[in-house]
Design a protein. Structure first.
Length: 149
């Protein structure tokens, strides 16, 4: 089964701030224009960090929704796992731009591991992992550029 168009289109649109942060990191003149136009928090590593933190919290909400499909002990485990990405984002992204971005990368890998668990428990749509692997790969590339270049 392919990824339905609406979730795919919305997930790809959700990557726009990651792309923007990456290109403004790579092109200082664009970053300067963006900072003057939108504010310095909306360019380069700053937008990667802030938006990445928001998206990790968003992913907690999605996992929480999937946890509602579980019963008994599995539900308790799923709900507990669902809060981890938001807590990770809150506690692990404030140590500076490089450590914050590296910790976001670990957070997104962690969410993908949770996606695999929720999928294996039958809590996600059948296309979910294909979407998540695609989106996570792109997010990791964008964050990696902000960390390693």
């Amino acid at each position: 089964m392919g990824i339905p168009r609406a979730p795919l289109a919305l997930a790809l649109a959700g990557l726009l701030p990651f792309f923007w942060g990456t290109i403004t990191y790579l092109f200082p003149d664009l970053a300067l224009w963006g900072a003057n136009t939108f504010g310095p928090q909306y360019v380069s590593i700053f937008v990667l960090l802030s938006y990445g933190t928001v998206i990790l919290a968003f992913m907690s909400g999605i996992l929480w929704g999937f946890a509602t499909r579980a019963d008994g002990k599995k539900a308790a485990v799923a709900y507990s796992m669902a809060v981890v990405p938001a807590l990770w984002a809150f506690f692990m992204t404030g140590g500076g731009p490089v450590s914050g971005a590296v910790n976001l990368m670990f957070g997104f890998v962690g969410v993908l591991i949770l996606d695999f668990a929720f999928h294996s428990w039958g809590l996600t749509p059948p296309w979910w992992l294909r979407l998540r692997v695609l989106i996570t790969t792109i997010v990791l590339i964008c964050l990696g550029i902000g960390v390693f270049l």
